[in-house]
Every structure is written in C-alpha cells, then in structure tokens.
Design a protein around this ligand. Structure first.
Ligand code: UD1
Ligand code: CA
Length: 450
C-alpha cells in the first residue's frame, strides 16, 4: 500500500445528539467514539495521523492519545471543509496521499481504508470517495455520478431536491486525496448552502468542473459506514459493536447463553470455558478468568475476577475476586472489595472497602464496610459493621477463625480476635480478645481463653 497521511475530522459539536460532552468523546462499549477510528488508522501506520479537534475536546484528546497523534484545532466549527483546511494550515509540510475520515464513523474497517487508498492510486484519481448504498439514506450526502460514473457532486440532505433524495448511494465521509489537487480546492469553498458551512464535499464538485477524476468506491458492508449524528444512530452503532464483541468472545471459547441479552464492553477480557448467562453486562476495565459462571442478571464494572468464580444476580464495581469464590444471588460488591480465594458471599450482602481472607463466608443479609476479615471466618446472617458515626468512617478487624453470631452489630472501630465468638444478637462495642466468647447488648465476655 502507498504511504499516506491521515486526517480525522472531529471538531464538530454534535448538535443533533445534544450531550454536554463533545460527540466524539461519547463512550461506545466503554471506549470513546474517537478511539475506534484512531486505533484502526494507527494499525495502518500512517506517516502523520492528525486529529482536527475543538478547543473544548483538546485536553481530553491529549490525555487519551498523548503524542501518538498530532492535533489541529478548529476554533469555530463552520464545516468539514474548514476543518480540513485548518489541519493543512497547521501542518503545511504534508504531501502525497491524504486519507480523510470522520470521527463519527467508528465502524469502518482497516481493510476498507486500505482498499480506498489502493483504489485512488490505481485509478490515478485526484480523489476517491468511499460510498455505500443504504436502504434508508436519510441524513447523508448523496452521490451524484456523471456519465463516466465518476463523481459529479455530493449533495447534502438539507440541500437536496426530491429527485436527489431518492439516490441511495451516500457519501461515507471518507476520502483519499491527491493532496496537491485537494489544496487547490479548499480555499475556494463557500458557505452557500442550507447550513451556511464550508462543505468538504464541494471539493468534489470542483474536481468535476475542472475535469479532474474523482471516483467512488462502493463498499459492500454498508453497516460499517454508519455515521453517528442522532441518539438512534448512536444506539444502533453500539448494538453493532456489541454484536461484534459477542462473536469474538464465542470464537475465543467463551459460551454466551442467549447472546443478544449479554453486553460486554470493548476491552473486557474473558478466559476460555467461562459461561455468561442471560442478562449479563460486563463493563470497561473488567477482566475475568477461565471456567467462571457469570449471571444471569449480573453487572460487573471495572473489576478483576479470577478463575472458577460463580456470580449470580449481582452487581460488582471496582472489586477484586480471587479464584474459586462464589457470589450471590443478590450481592452488591462495591469499590475496594478484595476477596481472597474460595470466599463465599451469599444473598443480600453488601461489601465495600473490605478484604476478606481465604475461605471465609458471609452467606446472608449483611453489610460489611471498611473491614479487614481474616481466613476461615464465618459471618452470621444479619451481621452489620456499624462503620459510620455520622461524621467519620471507622474500621472493623475480624481475625482468622472468628465466628460472628447472627444479627451481630460490630460498632467500629473494633477488633475481634482470632477464633473469638460473638453470640447471636450481640452489639459489640469493645475489642474482643482471641478465643473469647462475648454476647449481649452491649456484648460482655461469657468465656475467656480456649
Ligand atoms: C458529513 C458529510 C456527508 C456524509 C456524512 C457521512 C459534509 C458536508 N457532509 O455529513 O456528505 O454523508 O458526513 O457520515 O462533509 N466536523 C469538524 N468541523 C466542523 C464540522 C464537522 O471537525 O466544522 C467533523 C465532525 O466532528 C464529524 C465530521 O466532521 O466527525 C462530519 O461532520 P458532521 O457534521 O457529522 O457531518 P454530516 O452532516 O454527518
Ligand atoms: Ca456525521
């Protein structure tokens, strides 16, 4: 493939979506929209990879990509033609072949960009435009071809008459230009159109007027040309991406029982022979080992799950779960939960900022917050760590082998020593020595030493 530079137009405001963050930063399957096109282009090793961004998005884009991309800022979003002109002014040394694409068409494939570049070279054209045929072309620029089947012009929906609106071949917004030719057109663009914007698409009309060759390349996979301008296109794109992710998972040995009900974000990793049951959502930052059973009705975000873990009907956020744990149904494991191997968390249990040691159990109806729990501890039903006095949070420590009776309240800060026992219904307000039994309200020592 010919050497090329790439420019991604990404400075638009996203008026039609109306979110407060710039459109190209909206996450799709846990990843900002713009990352998809940037990663695809990077895999083609362009000589320069330039993103045209708005002043509002600049900082976030720098954070995302560091110096792996170059930025051109478009101060005022007055059209795709102006956006590209801004890039060329800010990078005057560019030459040769220029691939131009949009930040809001994230599904386009590496092979498609390659084919477009090859086609422009093969046809010795001033420009090659990637086009698609859509059953419902509403909203896109329509391709008007001349007698030679070259591009005569591209007409935007808002400028189209009823005859042009019937054309089903659309502009995907991706082009490969001979830069020298392109440069002649950009300063001549005007805002004489419905949106009062400088349309890059008008460059193609100039080529046609000047008898320069601009050729369309029609792609077969029209879904991948989907542009995101409305919330319904955003949602459709997400669904196509989720479908792709499901296929990849199934090809890598993960079983999805009823795939259409399962949503896995883009960079989630899952080991083989893991089974995902219906209505499972696995979000950004999550890693799951092999031989696990996750779901049904489970949502896991930004968590690390070992192997041979079973999680049913539960919600996990920023938790770390070691091999062989069993969770749920109906558990809520919040930020800072760390379960060592073979821990059991049962039904209606909430855990946050807590480490639970090997083989310990919290089987039912408990709140465990700001605690450090040793190995082989049994926490009875209804146990509560009273970690908050209305002003501050305090820690609870439960040492190895302790047995916490049902319905115990542990008023933090408090420590329960090794192998100590609390009777059912105790309210523990003082530390309990190792091997000691306490009971009552407030809990008193009943038996001391082993
Ligand atoms: C554009 C094309 C249309 C094509 C469609 C494909 C033009 C005039 N129209 O329309 O023919 O069918 O894409 O999806 O080019 N942008 C800037 N600065 C601006 C305006 C836009 O950087 O001043 C960026 C946007 O962030 C976006 C891209 O350019 O990523 C396309 O802009 P958008 O306003 O979405 O154009 P469409 O109306 O979709
Ligand atoms: Ca668009």
């Amino acid at each position: 493939m010919r050497r090329f530079s790439a420019v991604v137009l990404a400075a638009g405001v996203g008026k039609r979506i109306g979110f407060s963050i710039p459109k190209i930063l909206i996450p799709l399957c846990g990843k900002p929209m713009i990352s998809f096109v940037v990663e695809t282009l990077k895999s083609l090793n362009p000589e320069n990879l330039i993103l045209v961004v708005s002043p509002q998005a600049k900082e976030k884009i720098e954070e995302l990509f560091g110096d792996s991309v170059q930025l051109a800022v478009q101060e005022n979003p007055c059209g795709t033609g102006n956006a590209l002109l801004c890039a060329l002014k800010q990078f005057p040394d560019l030459k040769g072949t220029l691939l131009v694409t949009c930040g809001d068409t994230p599904l386009l494939k590496k092979e498609t960009f390659e084919a477009l570049i090859d086609y422009q070279v093969l046809k010795k054209a001033s420009a090659a435009v990637l086009t698609a045929e859509l059953e419902n072309p509403f909203g896109y620029g329509r391709i008007v071809r001349d007698r030679k089947k070259w591009i005569k012009k591209i007409v935007e929906e808002k400028d189209a008459d009823s005859k042009i609106k019937k054309i089903k071949e659309i502009n995907t917004g991706t082009y490969c230009f001979d830069l020298k030719e392109l440069e002649k057109t950009l300063p001549l663009l005007t805002q004489n159109n419905d949106q009062k914007e400088y349309y890059l698409t008008d460059s193609l009309h100039l080529f046609s007027k000047w008898k320069k060759k601009a050729v369309p390349l029609l792609i077969s996979d029209s879904d991948s040309a989907l542009g995101i301008n409305t919330l319904s296109e955003l949602s459709r794109t997400m669904n196509l991406l989720y479908r792709e992710i499901r296929e990849k998972l199934m090809n890598s040995g993960v079983l999805l029982v009823d795939p259409e009900t399962i949503y896995v974000d883009a960079e989630v990793m899952i080991g083989s022979q893991t089974i995902l049951y219906p209505f499972t959502i696995l979000e950004k930052g999550t890693v799951i080992g092999s031989n696990c059973q996750i779901g049904p009705f489970t949502r896991v975000s930004n968590s690390r799950i070992g192997s041979e873990v079973v999680i049913q009907n539960s919600v996990l956020n920023e938790a770390e779960i070691s091999d062989g744990c069993s969770i749920g149904p109906y558990a809520y494991l919040r930020s800072g939960t760390l379960l060592q191997k073979k821990v059991k968390i049962g039904d209606f249990v909430e855990v946050k900022k807590t480490t639970i040691g090997f083989s310990s159990k919290v089987p039912h109806l408990s709140y465990i917050g700001d605690a450090d729990i040793g190995e082989n501890v049994n926490i009875g039903a209804g146990t509560i760590t009273c970690n908050y006095d209305g002003k501050r949070k305090y820690n609870t420590i439960i040492e190895d082998g302790a047995f916490i009776g049902s319905n115990t309240n542990l008023r933090a800060p408090v420590r329960i020593g090794k192998n100590a026992v609390t009777g059912a219904g105790s309210v523990v307000i003082k530390d309990v020595e190792a091997d000691t039994v306490v009971a009552g309200v407030p809990a008193k020592v009943i038996k001391n030493g082993s």
